[in-house]
Design a protein around this ligand. Structure first.
Ligand SMILES: [Zn+2]
Length: 310
């Protein structure tokens, strides 16, 4: 059966699938990146994982994959197939597309940025299905964004578009790893809420999920921490929607798992701030942590359809 390889590379783990033309997942697998062995070992883990997936297709699906899509973290030059920079993998200028092409019998390979690739899947087959203009914002360790326009994701001139986590929402706020102060992700990421709630509750092990539970039980200290994060998030999102006018805001990542505990106050806080802007639908992401892998499959199939039509 005709299929492609989809691979989503995270900091510590990789998720992969063999995906049919109709999006069916024909095989799924996970493997560690082995990043403790250094940046080159991660590249080798990816290449050998891809080769094993190709072999699996030959053995169980009667043919080898016709293309591959790979999502990686950090800065990605998708046009030239280069993983430019990834702090968590120690990468600089890895020509991953060509390396994978070599290992996979010279089939076409698409390389994508993890969040933009996840956003592609959310926009086409997930929460934003059919939305012509959307913004996907996962709230995890950090905050990133994917700008969806007519079925594709805007990467920007240099591969930096959508970095909503580094919009400054509190100029006197905490230092951010990017060199600015008061970036959205220092205030409203799952990690930021975990830190704030650990400090406020006096329990160093308490995290954002614990904070959400305490909010649901009416703990006033938790409500304060939560509302601070929601206010910062609303400020950042209003900046984004003022620029982009999306039809849909898709919020994902660990913090969105709080469900309506997040979405009810967030919708209210955004609504309170807008004046002339049109309110987008603010909805939870639908694909969870499989979005990157599903998006990588879409990248691979997209690549084949453009090659056929070219
Ligand atoms: Zn920043």
């Amino acid at each position: 059966m005709k299929h492609v390889i989809a691979l989503d590379v995270g900091g510590t783990g990789m998720k992969a699938a063999l995906v049919g033309a109709d999006g069916t997942l024909l095989h799924e697998a996970r493997r560690a990146t082995g990043r403790e062995r250094g940046p080159d070992a991660v590249v080798e883990s990816i290449l050998s994982f891809a080769a094993d997936l190709r072999a699996h297709g030959e053995e169980h699906l009667g043919e080898s994959a016709v293309a591959a899509g790979v999502a990686v973290p950090g800065i990605v030059d998708a046009e030239n197939g280069i993983a430019v920079y990834a702090a968590n993998l120690g990468w600089h200028d890895v020509p991953l597309r060509d390396q994978l092409g070599e290992r996979l019998g010279k089939v076409p390979v698409a390389l994508g940025h993890d969040v933009r690739t996840g956003g592609l899947a959310e926009g086409r087959i997930g929460a934003g299905k059919g939305a012509d203009r959307f913004l996907f914002v996962p709230l995890g360790t950090g905050i990133a964004g994917a700008i969806g326009i007519a079925g594709t994701i805007e990467a920007g001139a240099h591969g930096y578009a959508g970095e909503i986590g580094h919009i400054v929402v509190r100029p006197d706020g905490p230092d951010c790893g990017c060199g600015q102060r008061g970036c959205l992700e220092t205030l409203a990421s799952a990690s930021a809420v975990s830190r704030a709630w650990a400090a406020a509750s006096g329990d160093p092990a308490a995290d954002a999920a614990d904070c959400a539970k305490a909010v649901e039980s009416g703990d006033p200290a938790a409500v304060r921490v939560w509302q601070d994060a929601v206010d910062a998030l609303a400020a950042g999102l209003v900046t984004a929607l003022t620029l982009l006018d999306p039809r849909m805001l898709i919020i994902g990542g660990g913090l969105a798992e709080a469900g309506e505990t997040l979405f009810v106050p967030l919708r209210a806080a955004v609504e309170e701030r807008v004046t002339f802007q049109k309110l987008p639908h603010i909805v939870p992401a639908a694909l969870g942590d499989t979005a990157g892998c599903l998006g990588a499959g879409l990248l691979a199939w997209d690549l084949l359809s453009t090659e056929v039509s070219a």
